[in-house]
Structure formats: C-alpha cells, structure tokens
Design a protein around this ligand. Structure first.
Ligand code: PLP
Length: 380
C-alpha cells in the first residue's frame, strides 16, 4: 500500500462540480479582477470565524507582511517570534525592515514560551508573533494579556491552525491580527496560493486592505468603467491581493473546514491509541483544541525510522526542522546550536505522519502499523 502525504486530486473530486462551476462563474463574468468574489469570501470567512474583518491576500507570508505593515512596524522595531516555523514567519518581519527577536518554545505544544517572550521585550519591541505550530494554538490568552499590558501588538501566525480554538474561542478572535494561509495543503486550500488577515479593528482592516492593493481603496478599481476616476495615491502599497478565482474556489471549500478538522481529530486519536506507547504522540494543553494540520510524533533515530517508512511506501515529513536559527540564511544573526534547546530537540526527533480527509481509516491504521514496524526495525 502506498500512502501519500497529500492528495489534492482526491479532495478536488469531492466538490468537482461546484469548484468547476465557481471557476466558470468568474471566467463567464469577465471580471477577473476587483469583482464580487473577493469581498464575498472575506465576509463569509469572517463570519465563519465569528471575527469582525477579514482581508484576503495572496499567501500566508503576505498576510504576515501586510499585518506588520498595517500596524506600522518597520525599521528600528523588534518583533518577538519563534524559530521552529516556516521561513515566512521570520522573513515577513525582515521584509518590513524590522528585526526578529527569537525565543524558545514550550515542550508540549511546541508554541512560544510565554516567559521567554516576556523576558525578550525591550523598549524597541512592537509586536509578539507566536505560531500555532502544527495546528495547536499558542498560549494566546496569556500572550494577548502580555501584549496589552506592554502596549504591543499580538500578531498570530495561524497558517496551520484554521479550526483550532482556545478556551472555546476560535483562533482568529483572540490576537490583534491573525494570519492564515490558504496554500493548497492547508485546511482550507486554494488552487494556487492565498492568505488572510483577520482582525476586530476596522481601521487596521482598512489599512491592510489598501496596503495589499497598491495603497488604493478597492472602490476605485471596482468603479473603473468608461470614465475612470483620476489616479490618486495617498498611500504606498503593494500588490498582494487575492484573485477572484481563488476566492470563488475558497467560498466552495470553506464549508468543508469543520469536517476536515473533525476527521483529523479522529485520525489523531487513532494514531495516539496505536502509537502512544512506542512514540511521543502530540498532546493538547488545557483548553486547547488542536486543528491537526500536521500530526507530528517524536522518535529516536528519526532519519532511520523515516527511511523504513519510505521503504514501506508511506510518505512522511520533517517540517520546520532544523529550525530557522540553524539555517544558513540566518547565520548572520549569530545563533548557534544550544540557543533554543526545546525547538532544536524537537527538530532532531520529529516525524510528520500523513493525516487529513484524503485518507481513510484503513490507511491511518496502515501508517500506524508501518510506524510500529519501522521503530522495531531500527531498534534491532
Ligand atoms: C506556520 C506558517 N507560517 C507561514 C506560512 C507561509 O504561508 P504561505 O506558504 O501561504 O506563504 C506557512 C506555510 O506553510 C506556515 O506553515
């Protein structure tokens, strides 16, 4: 049995007729740009989260960058974040001209250590940027309280955590800005690339919307006709907008998010049952509802276990490891091995198993069997 990590075609076939119709609707309308799909998806996505405003962009990385720009963060400012994440988390900080200040994570959730974040605050700190790693929400309540007490922004990287919640509050309703990714492999996957910034702050939402769209109000483009209004730039912006086809497709797929998270949680429970005694399986901190974008176990001799899994036809992943502070691109920051032991220890041993609605129960059982056999083979 071969088991893939993702299977986009299988997910597409479940909603093929509706996705095809959504794409055709955009093409038939002749409005490839500045149409109704983007604002409609924004309203539907915000309503899905119970949030006030959603601003769509063209990737999760863009969401982080636009959020920081919208908050006025730039040269001379510091943003506290973690290193066991996608490079987009750190690169967005640098791309707005700010400095990233790195802290370690706590061992259960692998999300930002709140005390380490507190200790890293300086007079130049402008924001705290935690990551909901693998779909487990960071300690958002404590971090929001810390940010509020210090007059900082809490910018959450929830690119892996759509559908997660904390104390019954959905991710997207706790931080000042929450950033999502709609990369094809995410809970809500586009057919290319996409992202969103979600906030309760109307003026921040307006700033982010302009920053992602040439610095201009959308209405100028939507009203362009025989007599376009004169060009008028008050703000310098980028072109980081979501396109109409992605928005139309995401409107279809949004309905599947709750089921996708529920399936993942069932699969995670099955893995925990099957593997809990032979590997470190993920846990949820109190009050946390994990969205399981990734199912990550920790094992000894990880690379050998992974080779055994590959030989058995099972795709696995080593995600966000080695962490960013050990990547050559950031050697200039001078962090050496030993700087963030929890992130490093996880990175040395983590192994991502296939999870998601493209897999059935028999495949999950087969993966678990293969993990058992692979661990047994490497400990002989
Ligand atoms: C934690 C995290 N942050 C940011 C990103 C960047 O998102 P995108 O690939 O949509 O730019 C990702 C993507 O995988 C991610 O996992």
């Amino acid at each position: 049995m071969r088991i893939p990590f993702y299977d986009h075609a299988r997910i597409y076939r479940r909603r093929k007729a509706e996705i095809d119709a959504a794409i055709a609707r955009v093409l038939d309308s002749g409005r490839l740009d500045w149409g109704d799909e983007v604002p409609s998806f924004e309203a539907e996505f915000a309503a899905f989260l119970g949030a006030s405003h959603a601003v769509t962009v063209n990737s999760g990385t863009a969401a982080l960058k636009i959020a920081l720009l919208g908050l006025g963060i730039g040269p001379g400012d510091e943003v506290i974040t973690i290193t066991n994440s996608d490079i987009g988390t750190v690169s967005a900080i640098h791309h707005v001209g700010a400095s990233s200040v790195w802290v370690d994570v706590e061992p259960v959730s692998l999300c930002m250590n709140v005390e380490a974040a507190r200790a890293a605050i300086t007079p130049r700190t402008k924001a705290i940027l935690p990551v909901d790693l693998f779909g487990h929400p960071a300690a958002l309540i404590e971090l929001r309280a810390l940010a509020d007490a210090k007059g900082l922004a809490l910018v959450e990287d929830a690119c892996l955590a759509l559908g997660a919640s904390l104390g019954g509050r959905k991710v997207g309703t706790i931080a000042h800005v929450t950033c999502f990714s709609f990369a094809p492999t995410k809970h809500l996957g586009s057919i290319g690339s996409g992202g969103a910034c979600v906030t309760a702050d109307a003026s921040l939402a307006e700033r982010m919307r302009k920053l992602a769209a040439y610095g201009q109000d959308r209405s100028r483009h939507r009203s362009i006709g025989a007599t376009p209004p004169p060009l008028h730039h008050e703000t310098e912006g980028l072109n980081e907008r979501m396109d109409e086809i992605q928005a139309a497709v995401l409107r279809v797929k949004l309905a599947d998010v709750p089921e996708s998270v529920a399936v993942r949680r069932r699969q995670a429970a099955a893995y925990a049952q099957a593997l809990g005694t032979i590997a470190e399986t993920p846990s949820e901190l109190r009050g946390a509802h994990h969205a399981f974008r990734n199912y990550v176990i920790h094992v000894e001799a990880r690379d050998r276990v992974r080779e055994e899994m590959t030989a058995r036809g099972i795709a696995t992943a080593v995600s966000y490891a080695p962490p960013m502070h050990l990547q050559p691109v950031y050697a200039w920051k001078g962090s050496k091995r030993g700087a963030f032991p929890v992130s490093e220890g996880s990175g040395d041993r983590l192994l991502g198993l296939p999870i998601g609605p493209h897999l059935d129960d028999a495949q999950i059982a087969a993966v678990a069997d293969a993990v058992r056999a692979s661990i047994a083979a490497t400990s002989r």
